[in-house]
Ligand binder design. Structure first.
Ligand code: C2E
Ligand code: MG
Ligand code: MG
Ligand code: MG
Length: 282
C-alpha cells in the first residue's frame, strides 16, 4: 500500500490505486459539488400510529438528485460522506432543511407531526449535533418536541460516556431520540437504562419475513415488550403487508412505517397527505 512505500510515494490517482478507490474519490468530489449546488433533497416517509391509523410523524431521508444520473440513493453516498468527513456539512444541511420544512407545515396549520432525522455514527461523534440542532430550531422556529434524532447502536456503543453526554444535551433541548435499526448492532442492552432514549425502531430485517418466520416474530414481540417495560415507544420499520401490521397491532406496537402505508415522498406529495389528514375527523 501507499504507506509501506513511505510518505513521498503517496499521491492521488496512483496507477495502482484500485478502481474502487478512484470511484470513491470521484463520488466524494461530486457529492461536495451537489451539496453546494443544492442537488440534495429530503424525502419524507410517513410514520403511522397503529392504534388510531393517524399520521404522527415522518422520517426525513436524503436523496441526491443528479442532473444526469437521476436519483442517487443514500446507501451509495452516505458511506462516502462518512469516510470522507463530508457528513459534517451534509448532516448539518439535513437538520436545517428538516426544521425549515417542518415549520412550513406548521405555518400552513397542518396537523402537528414529529420529524425524524438520521444521524450517522461519525456525524454523532465528530460534529456538535446538539449545537447544530439548537441553532436550526432557533433559526426556523420549529419546536424541539417535534424533532427526533435517530441514532444507531453503533454510534451509541462507541465512546459510551461521550455518547451519553450528547444524549443528555439533546434531552435538555427537548428533542426526542430513537435507536434506529434496533437489534442489528453488537451493543449490550445495558445502554438502554443508562441513556435517555424515547423510541426503539425495530429493524426491517425482523419484519420482512413475518408471518413466515417464527424467530423473527419472537424477536419483534420481545423488542415491543421490552421497550414498553422500559417506558419506550416502539416503531416497526419496513412494514409491507397487512399481515405484518396485524401482527404488530396484536403485540401492541405503537407505530409503523413502510411501503404498506407509503414510500418516502418528496415534500409536495407529503404536504398533500398532511392536507388529507387535516380533513379527517379526529
Ligand atoms: P434507515 O434510516 O434505516 O431508513 C430506512 C430505509 O428503509 C430507507 O431507505 C427507506 O426508504 C427504506 N424503506 C422504508 N420502508 C420500506 C419498506 O417497506 N420496505 C423496504 N424494503 N424498505 C423500506 P433509504 O431512504 O434508501 O435510506 C437508507 C439508509 O440511508 C437509511 O436507513 C439511513 O441509514 C441512511 N440515510 C438516509 N437518509 C439519511 C440522512 O439524511 N443522513 C444520514 N446520516 N443517513 C441517512
Ligand atoms: Mg432511519
Ligand atoms: Mg432503520
Ligand atoms: Mg438502515
Amino acid at each position: 500500500g501507499a504507506k509501506a512505500r513511505g510518505r513521498g510515494a503517496w499521491c492521488f490517482f496512483n496507477e495502482d490505486m484500485t478502481q474502487a478507490a478512484r470511484e470513491r474519490l470521484e463520488l466524494e468530489a461530486r457529492l461536495r459539488v451537489a451539496l453546494a449546488q443544492g442537488h440534495l433533497q429530503l424525502y419524507y416517509q410517513p410514520q403511522v400510529d397503529i392504534a388510531t391509523g393517524r399520521l404522527v410523524g415522518a422520517e426525513a431521508l436524503v436523496r441526491w438528485i443528479d442532473p444526469e444520473e437521476g436519483v442517487i440513493s443514500p446507501g451509495r453516498f452516505i458511506p462516502v460522506a462518512e469516510s470522507s468527513g463530508v457528513i459534517g456539512q451534509l448532516g448539518q444541511w439535513v437538520i436545517r432543511e428538516a426544521c425549515q420544512q417542518g415549520q412550513r407545515w406548521r405555518d400552513a396549520d397542518l396537523p402537528e407531526i414529529t420529524l425524524a432525522v438520521n444521524i450517522s455514527p461519525r456525524q454523532f461523534h465528530l460534529t456538535d449535533v446538539a449545537g447544530c440542532a439548537a441553532q436550526a430550531l432557533a433559526d426556523s422556529g420549529f419546536p424541539p418536541r417535534c424533532l427526533e434524532f435517530e441514532l444507531t447502536e453503533t454510534a451509541l456503543a462507541e465512546r459510551p460516556e461521550e455518547a451519553r453526554q450528547v444524549l443528555l444535551r439533546l434531552q435538555q433541548l427537548g428533542l426526542r431520540t430513537a435507536v434506529d435499526d434496533f437489534g442489528t448492532g453488537y451493543s449490550s442492552l445495558s445502554y438502554l437504562k443508562r441513556y435517555p432514549i424515547d423510541v426503539l425502531k425495530i429493524d426491517q430485517g425482523f419484519i420482512r419475513d413475518i408471518p413466515h418466520n417464527a424467530d423473527d416474530m419472537a424477536i419483534s414481540a420481545a423488542i415491543i415488550a421490552m421497550g414498553h417495560s422500559l417506558g419506550l415507544q416502539v416503531l416497526a420499520e419496513g412494514v409491507e403487508t397487512a399481515e405484518q401490521l396485524a401482527f404488530l397491532r396484536e403485540r401492541g406496537c405503537d407505530a409503523y412505517q413502510g411501503y404498506l402505508y407509503s414510500r418516502p415522498l418528496p415534500a409536495p406529495e407529503f404536504t398533500a397527505l398532511l392536507q388529507q389528514q387535516a380533513q379527517m375527523p379526529a
